[in-house]
Ligand binder design. Structure first.
Ligand SMILES: *[C@@H]1O[C@H](CO)[C@@H](O)[C@H](O)[C@H]1NC(C)=O
Ligand SMILES: *[C@@H]1O[C@H](CO)[C@@H](O)[C@H](O)[C@H]1NC(C)=O
Ligand SMILES: *[C@@H]1O[C@H](CO)[C@@H](O)[C@H](O)[C@H]1NC(C)=O
Length: 161
């Protein structure tokens, strides 16, 4: 997996954001496992979400991200994967290994985080993804996604990106 500048930038941001916590004795922060949910401040939730995004999309380690941050009973709305962390783990293992992921927008507010990204893979059309996650505390409990491949005859020169 190759990394874009945007991803390197996010990676740096996450490292900077996480660094101060290492010297703090705050048991709520980065408590592992993150599930079942425990009370967390919005700042703790945001940091945990960015750590999840970093593990899942930047490192591409979907299994580590799922095992650390996702509820075993998590509710899935992807059209091809059933609910439950085990199903996600099986479906996603190694899914990014031949792809380049470029993060476009990442945000977190009011228990909901989103990741908007571009996937390029040889032999496939460039595709836009948006993953939306609902957290309880720092535990990911629900996922939605919206996916669109760039059509061959798109007329807009700004299509998707
Ligand atoms: C994913 O993360 C886990 C836990 O940190 C590690 O044991 C495993 O080797 C990683 N897998 C890959 C493909 O990097
Ligand atoms: C969050 O999880 C706790 C503990 O499992 C549960 O009591 C609470 O109802 C959940 N909150 C939401 C908004 O789902
Ligand atoms: C091109 O776009 C039109 C819609 O504007 C669609 O109906 C048609 O099937 C497309 N053709 C190809 C070759 O994708």
């Amino acid at each position: 997996m190759r990394f874009s500048t945007a991803i390197a930038a996010l990676s740096a941001l996450v490292v900077v954001a996480a660094a101060p916590t290492e010297s703090q004795d705050d048991k709520h922060l980065f408590h592992a496992p993150h599930c079942p949910p425990q009370w967390s401040s919005p700042e703790e939730q945001g940091l945990a979400f960015y750590e999840f995004v970093n593990t899942f999309y930047v490192e591409g380690n979907t299994t580590a991200a799922l095992l650390n941050f996702v509820s075993p009973d998590y509710i899935q709305h992807n059209v091809y994967i059933d609910s439950g962390r085990d199903n996600a783990q099986k479906a996603l293992e190694g899914i990014f290994k031949d792809s380049t992921i470029t993060l476009v927008n990442v945000g977190f507010q009011n228990n909901v985080g989103y990741v908007h990204y571009k996937v390029t893979e040889e032999g496939s059309p460039v595709t836009a993804f948006v993953d939306v996650y609902r957290l309880n505390g720092t535990c990911v409990e629900e996922h939605w996604d919206v996916i669109q491949a760039l059509p061959a005859n798109a007329t807009n020169p700004l299509a998707l990106f």
